[in-house]
Design a protein around this ligand. Structure first.
Ligand code: SF4
Ligand code: SF4
Ligand code: FES
Length: 231
């Protein structure tokens, strides 16, 4: 099996290049992460991230044959060969497939991803009806892998000003939470032409999400709420 991988070490390379590797005896259904590990055994200079190996930590997002995905839950059977692996787009490359996610986390922090409560906190617990809890389905499962944000053209062109689909999904996750009392603050922080409204509903983010989430829907709900509250 041939795997072509983007290589770039800013300390020693003038420019990025693609390096081809041959991997022998790959069993049916092998995950791409295991292929990368076997390449690393041939060439220890290759850099890539991973941690859980189970689709939970979100650290191994890369672009494969033009599509963002997690290597640990992608079978080589499902990929066109030769396989081409590049870093996700729109983030500075630190080395090979490892990118600097600082801007991504900056946007995440900017939406205050925690419950805001002004009333006295209940002594035992916050109660939620099953219907109120259901509203969080499709929102709380985000693993912050960045596959969506790094597939979003609006983010590529405005990485500092547009919050990106992952952070906006998180913003809506708290607006939709019956326990949260920070909706007005959250919507005010997203006001303006860039932070939220730069989303043009291109829906790359939905295609890219390995957890099957729908940031476009969350963004549309935020826009609706903001427009309704401004009338
Ligand atoms: S729907 Fe919006 S957030 Fe998602 S990829 Fe398109 S522009 Fe980006
Ligand atoms: S919404 Fe999906 S693609 Fe985006 S960060 Fe969360 S899990 Fe990853
Ligand atoms: S290694 Fe954790 S999600 Fe793939």
């Amino acid at each position: 099996m041939e795997v072509r991988i983007y290589r770039y070490n800013p300390e020693t390379d003038h420019s990025p290049y693609m390096q081809s590797y041959q991997v022998e005896s790959v069993a049916d259904g092998t995950m791409l992460l295991d292929v990368l590990k076997s390449i690393k055994a041939q060439d220890e200079t290759l850099s890539f991230r991973y941690s859980c190996g189970e689709g939970v930590c979100g650290s191994d997002a890369v672009n494969v044959n033009g599509r963002n995905l997690l290597t640990c839950i992608t079978s080589v059977n499902d990929l066109k060969h030769p396989i081409e692996i590049r870093p996700v787009t729109g983030m500075p490359v630190i080395r090979d497939l490892v990118v600097d996610m600082s801007q991504f986390y900056h946007h995440y922090r900017s939406v205050d991803p925690y419950l805001m409560v002004h009333d006295p906190v209940p002594e035992d617990e916050f109660l939620q009806s099953p219907e109120q809890r259901d509203k969080l389905d499709g929102l709380y499962e985000c693993i912050m892998c960045g596959c969506c944000t790094t597939a979003c053209p609006s983010f590529w062109w405005n990485p500092e000003r547009f919050r990106g689909p992952a952070a906006l999904l998180q913003a809506y996750r708290f607006v939709a939470d019956s326990r949260d009392q920070g909706t007005a603050t959250r919507l005010k922080a997203l006001d303006g032409p860039y932070r939220l409204f730069r989303c043009h509903t291109i829906m790359n983010c939905v295609d890219a999400c390995p957890k099957g989430l729908n940031p476009t829907h969350a963004i549309a709900e935020l826009k609706k709420k903001m427009l309704k509250d401004s009338i």
